[in-house]
Design a protein around this ligand. Structure first.
Ligand code: SF4
Length: 411
């Protein structure tokens, strides 16, 4: 993947980068390090090159909240199936969600499809190269716009993601919480200084900063002895690498309970589509009763319509006592009758697990529930065997529930 003429050592850009900004020397060191150590990734051009704008758009959407190692395979499958923006616009949302299944944060997939449609309608199928136009695309924020503009088009636009923010905060010895609005602005300014007044390739500088944060300047135990900017790093000089960056306190995730009511008729289970908006919108699931968020000072009084209070019960519902289980089963029967129009019979707890999102800690319980043959007519949804759901986009916890049910059904 190396471009011809690019070798580890000084390039023309290094010689040109005499910079009037006082950053020329660390930037040169950074770029030298990047040329030697960059990871070969399917969406990334070799240093000195420019990446395919569509590939940058897709990869940046996938990389939000997700590790590089996880994304690689998804990215390759995605661009093999939809190799261009135009090709992606021919897909329907369910197909894209299905291809995204397992990556989580499905809003990214919906936004990506909407962005592709806008690119075709407004930009004749070409990903725009200006930040102000990129920012109009669904799901594209300041970071992604800067990444596409610099990495795919060579524009002198900065980027600031979690990795870059950590590197800059340590490098410049910034003690304030990096999540505060004022500090974010300062970090954007510093990121801008890295690319705006230099003749070095902005895309390489930005990717080098991200790579440094991802592989050397880790949140814990940064490898400063391997760092190309260690000679300029204030946090290292002050021995504060374990204190910087200071993160803002995050609110405690709210606890909610979801009861998966895996209704079975013969060999088939009922799957329903989720509502048009909200968490996992328009994806598919086994019928699920969701409780309201648990307020901080909650007591054991159940909310209306809830099977019971979430309270501070242990995550594994099998640990509940018999009276608890009887109460829950009665609530599930009432809910199935009113929400699904089904009279459910034998109800068995298969297991439970906790699924964490940014704002919620969701305690799932999975119930194997029987209905009589003939009762399923007219129920909204589709009836499928558990090994025949490949075309249904299922959120991760629902896939986990399906796996648990298969395991429970196994002889
Ligand atoms: S010297 Fe250490 S703390 Fe400073 S930027 Fe490099 S890896 Fe991070």
């Amino acid at each position: 993947m190396h471009r011809k003429g690019i070798v580890a050592g000084r390039s023309d850009a290094d010689h040109r980068d005499r910079g009037q900004d006082g950053l020329a020397a660390p930037r040169r060191a950074l770029l030298r390090w990047y040329r030697r150590h960059y990871r070969r990734l399917p969406w990334r051009a070799a240093p000195g090159g420019r990446s395919n704008p569509y590939h940058v758009l897709v990869s940046e959407a996938m990389l939000q909240q997700t590790q590089v190692a996880t994304v690689i395979e998804y990215f390759q499958r995605f661009v093999a199936r939809w190799p261009t923006v135009e090709a992606l616009t021919q897909a329907d949302e369910q197909q894209v969600l299905r291809a995204w299944q397992g990556l989580g944060y499905y809003r990214r997939a919906k936004n990506l499809l909407a962005a592709a449609k806008m690119i075709v309608q407004k930009h004749r199928g070409r990903v725009p190269n200006r930040v102000e136009l990129l920012l109009q695309l669904p799901g594209v924020g300041r970071y992604t716009a800067g990444a596409i503009a610099s990495i795919a088009f060579g524009k002198r636009e900065p980027i600031l993601d979690g990795n870059v923010a950590r590197v800059l905060a340590r490098w410049h010895g910034i003690h304030e919480p990096i999540d505060s609005a004022a500090t974010r602005e300062r970090l954007w300014e510093l990121a801008g200084q890295m690319v705006r007044r230099s003749r070095a390739r902005a895309g390489d500088v930005n990717q080098a900063m991200m790579e440094l944060g991802a592989t050397v300047c880790a949140p814990q135990n940064p490898r400063c002895q391997a760092c190309p900017v260690s000679a300029w790093c204030r946090a290292r000089q002050l021995r504060l690498t374990d204190r910087i960056p200071l993160a803002a306190r995050r609110p405690t995730p709210r606890t909610v309970e979801h009861h998966i009511v895996a209704v079975r008729c013969g060999e088939e289970r009922l799957f329903c589509q989720r509502p048009q908006t909200g968490l996992w919108s328009r994806m598919w699931q086994l019928p699920t009763l969701e409780t309201e968020p648990n307020p901080p000072s909650t007591n054991k009084t159940p909310r209306s319509g809830n099977p019971r209070s979430p309270g501070s019960d242990p995550p594994n519902p099998s640990e509940k006592d018999h009276s608890d289980l009887r109460m829950i089963k009665a609530s599930l029967r009432r809910w199935a009758s009113s929400s699904l129009g089904l009279q459910i019979g034998k109800t068995r707890l298969v297991g439970g697990f906790v699924h964490k999102t940014t704002h919620r800690s969701i305690h799932f319980s999975v119930w194997d529930v029987l209905v009589r043959d003939g009762d399923q007519a007219g129920v909204a949804g589709v009836w499928r065997r558990l090994d025949d759901v490949e075309d249904l986009p299922l959120p991760n916890p629902q896939r986990r529930a399906v796996a648990m049910l298969k395991h429970a059904d196994a002889p």
